[in-house]
Write a protein that binds this ligand. Structure first.
Ligand code: FAD
Ligand code: NAD
Ligand code: FES
Length: 277
């Protein structure tokens, strides 16, 4: 179980793994995530289940190596096993025939977007995808997203591919077109989700975002993923990860993501959980 059968580097520091886990492949639904551990003394980290094949019994994840655990994970190779994987966790994304949808992925958030986009298309929606990244080298999943969208808009911050600007600039242009947008789903950096929600609120467009607070147990027990939504305390692992973007307190989420910054840096330099020599 959890044997990596394919490792692909999608861009600098971003990897796609396909690993064996039949039960997870059968049970998961779009929008759900897993929590894995790479090392028996290591922390648990949440990653979205990007895709699965229930016949082959395989699950796909895409991750960006940003800190201790994601770097340890990126050291694994084909044939290695991920130590343990819990899931599927979180609520599946609400998928309906909303009509005309815009699905937005910022940076590695495009990996989180992919299963939702696929499900929105399968539910009969007209789906316009916007994917954005810093530059042409950090864009991911262009062909995969193109294959399942009615329209694709690409943006880069530096203009090296697609249109120059942020994903929210592209959304603003789409809102300016004649066709009415019924639904927006956005996932990526917190500031991107916040600015998307500000824009769609002005135009009264229903908007869901997928939140990424720090998670530990993923079962509602530890409280680390606490968010405020519509003035109420919510745990993203059991009440989310999707929430109404117009009701999320994004400033609190930003603050809480910085909570362990010092300890994360210490842990990167200590080397205590590197593979046993
Ligand atoms: P750390 O040393 O813990 O942190 C390094 C840096 O990453 C710090 O700046 C820290 O503030 C930031 N960070 C830590 N945890 C998170 C977090 N939860 N979200 C955002 N930034 C964080 N990442 C992917 O690459 N692919 C995914 O599909 C994916 N899906 C996710 C789904 C959910 C439901 C959640 C909550 C997060 C998801 N993430 C995803 C983010 C991923 O969990 C973090 O990048 C990871 O936990 C970082 O662990 P680390 O030990 O490598 O880094
Ligand atoms: P990035 O910083 O390169 O940004 C990606 C895109 O987001 C940009 O190209 C731009 O189009 C948009 N964006 C950035 N700042 C914006 C702003 N101020 N206003 C409007 N749009 C803006 O992204 P990255 O380095 O690939 O990092 C990915 C981010 O996604 C991380 O912050 C990570 O925490 C987050 N993430 C979220 C989830 C989740 O479940 N929500 C999962 C994985 C990663
Ligand atoms: Fe512990 Fe959500 S991760 S309560």
């Amino acid at each position: 179980m959890n044997k990596i059968i394919s490792k692909r580097k999608l861009s600098e520091g971003i990897y796609r793994y396909t690993f064996e886990n039949k039960e997870l492949a059968i049970a998961r639904k779009p929008g759900q995530f897993l929590i894995l551990r790479v090392h028996d003394k290591g922390e648990r980290i949440p990653l979205t289940i990007m895709d699965s094949d229930s016949e082959k019994g395989t699950v796909d994840i895409i991750f960006q190596a940003v800190g201790k655990t994601t770097n340890l994970l990126s050291d694994l190779n084909e044939g290695d096993r991920i130590l343990d994987v819990a899931g599927p966790l979180g609520n599946p994304t609400l998928i309906e025939n909303f009509g005309r949808c815009v699905a937005i992925g910022g940076g590695v958030g495009t990996a989180v977007l992919f299963p939702v986009l696929k499900a929105l298309k399968e539910a009969g929606n007209y789906v316009i995808a916007i994917i954005g990244a810093r530059d042409k080298d950090t864009l991911i999943l262009i062909d995969e997203v193109k294959a399942i969208s009615d329209e694709l808009v690409i943006t880069t911050d530096d203009g090296s591919a697609g249109t120059k600007g942020f994903v929210t600039d592209a959304l603003n242009q789409l809102i300016g077109r004649d066709d009415k947008i019924d639904y927006v789903y956005a996932v990526g950096p917190v500031v991107m989700m916040k600015n998307t929600a500000v824009l769609t609120k002005e135009h009264n467009i229903k908007t869901e975002v997928s939140l990424n607070p720090i998670m530990v147990d993923g079962t509602g027990m530890c409280g680390s993923c606490r968010c405020m939504v519509d003035g109420k305390e919510r745990f993203a692992c059991i009440h989310g990860p999707d929430f109404d973007g117009h009701k999320v307190d994004f400033n609190l989420l930003t603050q809480r993501l910085k909570m362990f910054e010092g300890r994360e840096q210490e842990s990167m330099s200590c080397g205590c959980e590197k593979k046993e020599e």
